[in-house]
Design a protein around this ligand. Sequence first.
Ligand code: F6P
Length: 322
Amino acid sequence: MKKILLLTSGGDAPGMNAAIRAVVRSSHYHKLEIFACHNGYQGLVDHDIFPMQPSDVTGCIQYGGTILRSSRCRAFYEKETRQKVKEFLANKGIDGLVIIGGDGSFRGAALLESEGGPKCIGIPATIDNDIRGTEYTLGFDTARNTALAAIDKIRDTAHSSNRYFIVEVMGRRAGFLAVDAGIAGGAEYIITPEFPVSIEKLAKQINAPKREKKSLIIIVAEAGKPGISLEIVKKLRDLTPFEYRVCVLGHTQRGGSPTVMDREIGSRMGNLAVNSLLDGKTNAITAMQKGRLTLAPFPDPDAPCRQLETSDLLNLSEVLAT
Ligand code: F6P
């Protein structure tokens, strides 16, 4: 292993820069040549790679997003595109590839390695925390704290003006963000993709509270339909007598300065990725399992993503709301 290439792919997430910094500096420490490309796999398709020096990552750890920029590159799902990329990387002498991204990005990496391309290691990053094989993905902690800060602010105005609020958080296929921000923010109800509730049933619960509440917060995960809370509120207005407002947090959850957790885990995962390439342990992602950092195989692209296994936290929010 002499030359490594690094890229960030898919949806950006806070903590990616900490991982980039760790990959670049760990490579330098081990006297490996380190290259990067802009815009994820698109940069490889465009043959746009450049060397990285330790000084290139100075002052980036505290910023959200990715200094390498990212994209969702559909062309990389085509074998012909990967074949061309494989030849390009072989000509440049690249032996190892570090991909910081989500499960779509890992699918491309697993195929590239199996087709004779460079050895690949993935670092899981998505604010949804829904990648199979790891209990933690970079960006999740920052995003849940961003959502919580917003919920706290909404609580002030909801309480003061006797209003009911629906706060929509991200979470395409999983409700991890919704339950954590919801429990920490004292939400009365939480709706996730795993445990959908009928609006009629929710309206019944709202209409028959155990204790009269003048204000209330419902957290809804977007479940792949950004703006879904606007549909929900229409129905609730018909079925209940209360005054509602909606707040869609959207991409505010994707940005911002990473928390301690995202910087620390990003640094550790970046370092582990380089060590794993050096040890010949590839075709894998860096993974958090039972609180310990380890390696796990690239997630099976045909298996469902990681999701909430129980409705315990949803039930807890209702108990604590009484
Ligand atoms: O996968 C992370 C995520 O932030 C999802 O929660 C959300 O559904 C999606 O990305 C948004 O993607 P885009 O930025 O491409 O609209």
